[in-house]
Design a protein around this ligand. Structure first.
Ligand SMILES: [Fe+2]
Ligand SMILES: [Fe+2]
Length: 466
């Protein structure tokens, strides 16, 4: 069990005290991070005391501590989950060999790429969400937002730690670049497209935390299987924080739908009450779900095959022994491929090449469960509207379906049909303007904007008006 050093300038359980060079390098990066936080983090709230959860250890149960803190004083730390010392590689070509504590030369570039791509999303989402505090629907939600923001900041620390520790001068350069790229920047944007979309209303925020943070969960889960042990243990611990982000989203969308259904039950028109009509919510779901699927990369990918073969990225819960063939050499994966004459045909590809698609399938199944939960709640209000997750081929800009048009039901359609209908399927400017008009700021404890129902309980089991 690793010891946790909470007194250090950078709280950690990675023995920074015994590694002067690394400590110096990280302490040099720390003020740059703080400058970035103050410049690009949540605007205008740096002086406020916020009730926040801070990671203080990695043990089951008692890993987090709640207290009031000014966000720039938040104790961003470096924590790796504990793991067995003699861990063995459990998938890919090197199955059964010892897991690596240092980066093998042959995988150096590929691992660095994986870590940088993951790391880049963390500060990106903080930047995307920086204006949201100004139109919070309640104090409860404002606190949740800041909780998510500071933890994304900690996730950046987690990736920067790996870069500094294992990738020498290149790693230090990459760590700097994480603070130089900015979400939506014309010249120097964030690496992945969904992290360049602005999030300036709370419907976007809750859809983002439901669907895009959930992509994060699956990417982290696949890295948590990695043969590079420090990466596996870092990402395992990040997943414990990630759960809260997804819950924030799932509950947030659910509470907005709940409020709309409540108003409809009272015979009111949600659009006259500053609430969000359900068909409009459906279009936001379509947008964020399809944009998040794009983050998984190509469904047929030699890159994915090589990451699996090398033991860098496993399947979801690979270590739980749920897959028959840990080398994934025997099987194939059947998927739908669009053809030039506007049809779709099924084709088999070797399983290793389909690793992104396999991970995406696990993600889609998870999203379906969430939507079913929202729908059950709508039913309890005698509401006959039900949300539907669009087909995985709809509105894709990455992978085998990009460049082809599909309806939300997954039917191939031509360009004319797309032009005619896409305003019913994806948020329109009118939708965005309307949602914006609903974003009233409410900060009286226990009160909520009219478009969102209160949560079932407050933060850390406190009362709702906490
Ligand atoms: Fe994160
Ligand atoms: Fe997250």
């Amino acid at each position: 069990m690793s010891t946790v050093d909470l007194e250090a300038k950078i709280p950690n359980n990675v023995g920074l005290r015994d590694n002067k060079r690394l400590t110096m390098a990280l302490e040099k990066w720390q003020p740059k991070f703080l400058d970035w936080w103050k410049g690009m983090g949540p605007t205008d709230f740096n002086e406020d005391q916020v009730y926040l959860r801070t990671a203080v250890g990695v043990g089951q149960g008692g890993w987090a501590h709640f207290d009031y803190v000014k966000m720039p004083d938040y104790r961003w730390g470096i924590f790796l989950a504990d793991g067995p010392e003699d861990r063995k590689i459990h998938f890919g070509d090197q199955l059964g060999e010892k897991a690596w504590q240092t980066v093998p030369g042959e995988f150096r570039n590929r691992l660095r790429r994986l870590i940088v791509t993951q790391g880049d999303t963390e500060p990106a989402s903080v930047e995307q969400q920086r204006m949201l505090g100004h139109c919070c629907p309640s104090l409860y939600d404002l606190r949740s937002l800041f909780q998510v923001n500071v933890e994304e900041g900690r996730h950046l620390w987690a990736m920067v730690y790996l870069l500094h520790t294992h990738f020498g001068a290149d790693g230090r350069e990459e760590a700097e670049a994480m603070l130089d790229r900015h979400s939506g920047d014309q010249d120097n944007p964030r690496i992945l497209e969904a992290f360049n979309y602005p999030i300036d209303n709370w419907l976007d925020f809750f859809c983002f935390t439901t669907f895009t943070d959930r992509d994060g969960k699956y990417q982290l889960a696949s890295l948590a299987e990695s043969s590079f042990d420090p990466l596996a243990r870092t990402t395992q611990f990040m997943l414990t924080e990630e759960a809260y982000h997804m819950q924030t989203g799932e509950n947030g969308v659910g509470r907005i739908a709940h409020r709309t259904a409540e108003l409809m039950k009272e015979g009111k028109d949600p659009a006259q009450e500053g609430a969000i009509p359900l068909p409009l919510m459906q279009r936001y779901i379509n947008h964020w779900f399809s944009a998040s699927m794009d983050l998984f990369g190509g469904e047929d990918s030699t890159n994915a095959a090589e990451s699996f073969a090398g033991g860098l990225k496993g399947r979801y819960r690979e270590g739980d022994g749920i897959y028959k063939d840990p080398k994934a050499l025997e099987q194939s994966y059947t998927h739908e491929l669009p053809t030039d004459d506007g049809k779709v045909e099924e084709k088999d590809i070797p399983l290793r090449r389909a690793m992104n698609a396999v991970l995406l399938d696990a993600y889609i199944a998870d999203c379906k469960r969430i939507v079913a939960r929202w729908n059950r709640d709508l039913k309890t209000h005698n509401c006959d509207f039900q949300f539907v997750l669009p087909d995985h081929k709809f509105n894709r800009h990455q992978g085998v379906y990009s460049g082809f048009r599909f309806s939300p039901a997954g039917e191939p359609i031509d360009e004319a049909a797309w032009t005619h209908h896409h305003g019913q399927w994806l948020p329109t400017q009118e939708d965005r303007d309307y949602v914006k008009s609903c974003m009233v700021r409410v900060t009286e404890p226990g009160k909520f904007a009219n478009y969102i129902a209160p949560p079932s309980k407050g933060p850390n089991d406190q009362p709702i008006d906490f």
